[in-house]
Design a protein around this ligand. Structure first.
Ligand SMILES: OC[C@H]1O[C@H](O[C@H]2O[C@H](CO)[C@@H](O)[C@H](O)[C@H]2O)[C@H](O)[C@@H](O)[C@@H]1O
Length: 567
């Protein structure tokens, strides 16, 4: 299952390396396809079917499935299919069992000391209590018979994002941890890190999520940031020592041939930067029926494979889906994520380099510290040269020329993507950028004139495309990184803008919670109390990273007695 060895370079055609899949996943994709033709598209969630675990040996289950009476279009009657699923499968999610978090108390000592308003405090305690809803552990059944499950075994209890996301997701865990730290749940936070380290030990990288069908890609790499946050709160050196070898391995994954591109700048200096690149060229198993439909007008096999790789690489970016990755925003099949050098990915890897240097120094490994410090300086220069646009005060994604396998290209100004995305401001979250006052000043102006700041938070982009990572949706992670960058910048003006954004975000989260009784995965930044929509699945609730960001904001800014919580 280890894929790191196959990542040295992308092959001469569009195919590139592909992770082997397991028979259970392929079979469940067939069940998913039949379910779509039987139940129809409305309210259909393809992920449900790849999350099922068979009660019996796969051969027996497959046999029974193949014997189901079918009509000419391949569909089975609703009654037959429901009967088959009930008889042959455990319910999706049954293999993740409830686990009482060991460090949960209804009101932790020193919880959100700056929140003075009674109303807001009562709500914050409700959000804090949601950790109990999201806490799970992998059932013993999975450990005993892993081949019966797409869920992967993990050593410690987990926090799931919520609803259809019944397993750990990589980058969600960073904001979940930020919330857990505000909730003083340090053991649970460390357990999450232990699980992600385990995935690196098993697969060479942190998977998109802990499922057999996610082994072909990662997600925005934030493990080092998780360790850094926990260390700064707890001073736990054991955690640092345990994490360092895994982080070095993860860094190797992101430094592999397929993830790297070298750009010659206008001064003929070379810079190496990274991109998302999934090790996959088939429909994503969790959305197989959707991907096949999206690719249905593509005729050649290699063009289809290329498109499927783009879909999976976009899922790796965490921004699935967005016009950010489309050469033509009106045509979904022009998705070209592997042809983009993304600002945020490179900011995250820069952060990883700085964190590794810091951890190595802590453990007395000065050579490693020195070499990662050098790597971080090189990346900082690269980001300035390739992404930075002084005129508009933003870092812009860089479009590669069409041949995505070409490892060296020459910088051209017109290849900077001039469209505005929340990701254009993420470098401000990284110390080396926010510690330069002249950069902060320009980025502050760039942000204020970007058009991204809505009445109730920061929009993801300015285009209303119907994709979930576009306008008018605002996502908790981007509110948090931009706000934290502005706060840390040391500029008074930036800091007060940060608080203003946090207040807008908290209010809309509160209003939506009071109306719907739940926290949401994303919000509509143009309307108070409205959750977001669009994309390929119905809006999800629960929700790990939104809870985490509300708690982190309330910890940072508090809430005075006399400030209204209503929009
Ligand atoms: O099933 C479709 C896709 O769902 C996930 O993506 C979205 O939810 C994740 C969990 O909150 C989040 O990390 C991601 O940013 C969202 O876009 C999943 O991560 C994708 O791989 C998957 O294809």
């Amino acid at each position: 299952m280890k894929i790191a060895e196959s990542l040295s370079s992308c092959s001469s055609n569009s195919a590139g390396p592909v992770t082997p899949t397991i028979p259970l996943v392929s079979f469940l994709e067939r069940v998913q396809e039949t379910a779509l033709s039987t139940f129809g598209g409305s309210q259909f969630d393809p992920k449900l079917y790849v999350d099922l675990s068979p009660k019996f040996e796969l051969s027996k289950t497959q046999d029974a499935f193949d014997k189901l009476p079918r009509s000419a279009n391949g569909s089975v009657s609703v009654k037959e299919l429901n009967g088959f699923i009930e008889e042959y499968f455990e319910g999706a999610g049954d293999d993740m069992v409830y686990a009482e978090p060991v460090d949960f108390v209804p009101e932790p000592e020193g919880f959100l000391p700056k929140v003075k308003s009674k109303e807001v405090r009562a709500w914050a305690l409700e959000v804090h209590a949601l950790w109990k809803n999201l806490s799970r552990k992998v059932s013993d059944e999975v450990v005993k018979r892993p081949e019966f499950h797409t869920l992967l075994p993990l050593p410690k209890p987990v926090m799931i994002p919520g609803s259809r996301f019944r397993e750990v997701n990589y980058w969600d865990s960073y904001w979940i941890i930020r919330g857990l730290l505000a909730s003083k749940m340090y053991e649970t936070a460390k357990g999450i890190v232990t699980n992600l380290i385990h995935l690196i030990e098993e697969y060479g990288h942190v998977l998109n999520g802990a499922r057999a069908y996610y082994t072909n890609r990662s997600q925005p790499p934030l493990l080092s940031s998780m360790v850094h946050e926990i260390y700064s709160r707890t001073g736990d050196m054991q955690l640092v020592k345990k994490s360092l070898p895994a982080l070095l391995k993860e860094y190797q994954f992101w430094s592999s041939g397929i993830h790297k591109v070298t750009i010659h700048d206008v001064h003929s200096s070379s810079h190496t930067l990274n991109r998302y690149y999934a090790v996959w060229n088939k429909p994503r198993p969790e959305s197989s029926t959707i991907d096949k439909e999206s690719a249905s007008n593509i005729t050649s096999i290699s063009a289809k494979q290329h498109f499927y790789r783009e879909l999976a690489s976009t899922a790796e970016s965490g921004w699935d889906f967005s016009t950010r990755w489309m050469r033509n925003p009106l045509d979904f099949t022009t998705l070209a994520t592997t042809s983009v050098l993304p600002v945020d990915l490179n900011a995250f890897i820069l952060k990883m380099e700085l964190d590794i240097a810091f951890f190595a120094k802590l453990t007395g490994d000065y050579n490693t510290a020195e070499s990662f410090l050098k790597a971080s300086q090189a990346r900082q220069k690269a980001m300035k040269s390739v992404f930075w646009n002084e005129k508009i005060g933003q870092w812009l994604d860089y479009w590669l020329n069409d041949n995505t396998c070409e490892e060296t290209q020459t910088w051209e100004a017109y290849n900077q993507n001039q469209n505005v995305f929340a990701s254009n401001f993420i470098p401000l979250w990284i110390e080396t950028f926010y510690s330069d006052p002249s950069v902060v000043e320009k980025v502050l102006r760039g942000f204020q004139s970007s058009g991204l700041l809505g009445a109730f938070g920061i929009a993801t982009s300015l285009k209303n495309s119907g994709q979930q990572w576009d306008f008018p949706n605002g996502w908790a992670p981007f509110q948090h990184m931009i706000v934290e960058g502005l706060v840390r910048s040391g500029s008074k003006e930036a800091s007060s803008l940060a608080e203003d954004i946090a207040v807008r975000w908290i209010r809309t989260n509160y209003d939506a919670y009071k109306k719907t009784g739940t926290m949401h995965e994303k919000y509509d930044v143009s309307k108070c109390g409205e959750f977001g929509g669009g994309g390929e699945y119905v809006p999800q609730t629960g929700f790990g990273w939104s809870n985490g960001v509300v708690l982190a904001f309330l910890e940072e800014f508090g809430w005075p007695q006399d400030r209204t919580i209503h929009c």
